[in-house]
Design a protein around this ligand. Structure first.
Ligand code: NAD
Length: 488
């Protein structure tokens, strides 16, 4: 791996234009603007990795505790949570009861300001905020040259996913999207089975989730809870009146902050066919995407959604039909899985993925798989494992971070859901929402990020989200100018 580091300091001036610059070093060290090392950054084997957690309610608290538990295993990795950040004081205080020594922040921009100035020393960042802030909190970490673990979906828009992928290539730090099932044994076995040809050549895969994160409504006159900083919670989105109970959790029901059940679950579930069929690696990949659901609401996400991706790429033999992926949510399950269940007089509703191959079918969920028909299953033995079996998704990332901080050889393959992989999966998923919201089929070119569609103008608009003044993902303007913000 090319050790071009992207560590920087603003000299505490906050001048946006001079905020970012890189310094090349043989070991990791923070540098002043003239390149002078200001602190020894390389970590020794027995020193703790110092972690900052952004978003520490809900999944954030669970993720932090899972990380600490995984690191406490047979080969312990010493991790110290140095900073906790949450815009809701109730969540922040609750998390602080677990880690009383951690410094507390409400605004992640102030955390990054302290990291840049050296006021706090942090080796890696764990992000579990709602989707609309993922890209912004992640971009600042990458610009600080820090490894990041960010929840799924990696970003809220297609354009943000591409920007984060580009920044990750520059930063060259260990990254992981929070799709923890990716590290599990069952997904890895299924990937090996599909790749070994256990069900023959795969022509389509269906994925489904019964949840229905839908129907968000505006609630004029709602009172902001006393512990919540609503302005900070809105982050980069255009400021609007508080919506009753939008947080915690219900932001998923609104296009402005989430993408319904598709945004919530598809990165976990479509991950399996996306991985098994090698779609992250295909160059020249194109998808014709169609989406169907109830009448479009500009505010709330639909009660159910069906999306199909017809995928082609140059190395696919000429004349071959596109590979089809389909997604069903809001109580729907794959019609093909239903037909199989009816034929076999079985209940297959516990599964969430169905592969159809030239020899048979494979049903899977997070923990189990089933090959059909039974006569085919009887001939299949799981192939010799070719994929590693990490002890945990967080630990896989922590091990990569540890190696990186010690200048040991590292590469993106050390983490399965690294941002190169995760950004493409996120693009695929979020293009489904673009097709639905633009109310017309779209064709997406994964290499260029260009959409072609009958309604191309609207579809292209929907690849981004309107951004509040002062919030940007432009690397040269990332660090905020205090004259444009009220700093609390
Ligand atoms: N991997 C998984 O299994 C899994 C499970 C649940 C949620 N998630 C993901 O985790 C993320 C959070 O989901 P959740 O259900 O915990 O949501 P939530 O609303 O319950 O919690 C989000 C937390 O982030 C805080 N927050 C909001 N904006 C913030 C900001 N700008 N800075 C700091 N803190 C901020 C909130 O106050 C809250 O404590 C989402 O991206 C979601 O998709 C992943």
């Amino acid at each position: 791996m090319n050790r071009r580091h992207f560590l920087q300091i603003t000299g505490f001036s906050f001048a946006a234009s001079s905020a970012l610059w890189s310094c090349q070093t043989s070991s990791r060290q923070r540098c002043t603007s003239d390149g002078t090392p200001i602190a020894k950054y390389r970590r020794e084997r027995d020193q703790s990795l110092r972690l900052a957690c952004i978003g520490v309610g809900g999944r954030g608290l669970d993720s932090m505790m899972e990380l600490l538990a995984e690191c406490d295993g047979p080969n312990p990795q010493f991790v110290e949570v140095r900073a906790l950040c949450d815009v809701d004081l109730g969540m922040l205080d609750a998390a602080a009861t677990r880690i009383p020594s951690a410094k507390r922040y409400r605004d992640f921009r102030l955390l990054y300001r302290d990291i840049q100035s050296g006021a706090i020393e942090i080796d890696a960042i764990l992000i579990s905020t709602p989707d609309h802030t993922h890209a912004f909190a992640t971009a600042m970490a990458l610009a600080c040259g820090l490894p990041v673990y960010c929840e799924k979906p990696l970003t809220h828009t297609v354009a943000e996913a591409r920007t984060i992928a580009a920044m990750t290539r520059t930063a060259e730090v260990p990254t992981q999207m929070g799709t923890q099932i990716h590290a599990g044994n069952n997904y890895r076995t299924v990937v090996e089975l599909i790749r070994s040809g256990a069900i023959g050549e795969v022509s389509f895969a269906d994925c489904w989730d019964k949840r229905s994160w839908c129907c968000g409504k505006l609630t004029p006159g709602a009172i902001v809870p006393a512990t919540l900083d609503w302005d900070l919670w809105q982050g980069p989105t255009l400021a609007s009146a508080y919506i009753k109970d939008v947080t915690p959790g219900n932001w998923r029901r609104y296009w402005k902050y989430g993408s319904g059940t598709l945004g919530d679950m598809a990165c976990h579930i479509l991950d399996l066919p996306f991985w098994a069929l090698g779609l992250a690696e295909e160059r020249g990949l194109r998808a014709e995407i169609r989406a169907d659901g109830p009448a479009l609401d500009d505010v709330g996400c639909p009660a159910s959604l069906e999306v199909s991706w017809a995928l082609t790429w140059p190395s696919r033999p000429k004349g071959k039909d596109p590979l089809i992926l389909r997604w069903f949510d809001g109580g729907q399950i794959s019609p093909t899985a239903q037909e199989l269940a009816a034929k076999d007089k079985q209940d297959y509703s516990r599964f969430s993925t169905l592969f159809q191959g030239s020899k048979g079918f494979l049903l899977a969920n997070y923990n189990e798989y089933l090959i059909l028909p039974g006569a085919l299953a009887a001939t299949v033995t799981p192939p010799t494992p070719t994929l590693t079996r990490p002890a945990g998704h967080h630990l896989e990332w922590i091990n990569a971070v540890r190696a990186w901080t010690m200048d040991l050889p590292t590469n993106s393959a050390m983490t399965g859901s690294n941002f190169e992989y995760a950004s493409r999966l996120t693009e695929l998923v979020l293009c489904g929402a673009v097709a639905y919201r633009s109310q017309a089929p779209i064709t997406y070119d994964f290499d260029s990020g260009v959409i072609s569609a009958a309604n191309a103008k609207r579809a292209t608009e929907l690849m981004t989200a309107p951004c509040r003044d002062g919030w940007t993902l432009n690397p040269t303007d990332l660090f905020f100018d205090p004259t444009r913000f009220q700093i609390r």
